[in-house]
Write a protein that binds this ligand. Sequence first.
Ligand code: PAF
Length: 289
Amino acid sequence: MEIIGSMSAMQRFSKALRLSGKTIGFVPTMGALHEGHLSIVRESVKANDITIVSIFVNPAQFSEGEDFNRYPRDYDNDIKKLGGLLADAVFIPTVDSVYPDGYKTYVEVRGLSDKLCGQFRLGHFSGVATVVLKLFNAVMPVRAYFGLKDYQQCVVLKKMSADLNLDIEIVLCPTVREPDGLAMSSRNAYLSAEERLDAALIYKALKEAELAVKDGSLKVRAIAPRLRETLSGVKSITEIQYASAYDPDTLDEITGGARVLIAAAVKMGGTRLIDNIMVDLQAAEGVVC
Ligand code: PAF
């Protein structure tokens, strides 16, 4: 497996592969790889001639006071895990290579970036869109893979890709969960033992709302108060940033519709956790809006 450390070296490597007719699948990550990432890498290995995984803790998507410095970094272990999955290259650019002195250009996906997480993480999605576009230009993939746990990120990146006519298929992959339902995330490592137990209650709350809305005992417009009530009863949750039903395309809060995204972001002390479930109400019986 190749290990590539700069934007220019990555471009040379990928250009040669593309010229020889190979399809490149790309999995961008910030490292500290867990089963959620690895399941995505396996998807790419299955569907493409070559799979390239990037590991880059992107300073542009963290704001003042967030966890950029303490974000877990475990490059040696990550490289071992990827080698075992038959990934072809790991791209680990330096910050200077991605954002050289005098760097000035940022991508902004208007209207989608300032909702949900964007209200609490100013500039976050501009940082994500910018780095992903730069990584795309270095890796030149045919397909790029993202996890649905970061649902808003998926919507923002699909829109960027469509608006900027990128010839890259954006493939969205299901959330991988721990046995108790907690969505896998590198940030779960920050949780104390008690917080870790309580963290499973976030998915449980979303799932309860989903089931109740599907069996008709909860109206879509009552999802938000029900979630708030449930989540505010969880001891380790110190702040509920959002918890409601959203239009999966516009990310606006909704009171009905055929497809409903039930999503929440909470803080447990210094740790911010997000999760979501997509509910197809057309397939369900007894729904009341
Ligand atoms: O989801 C992530 O890990 C990051 O936001 C991404 C897509 C790698 C961009 O830094």
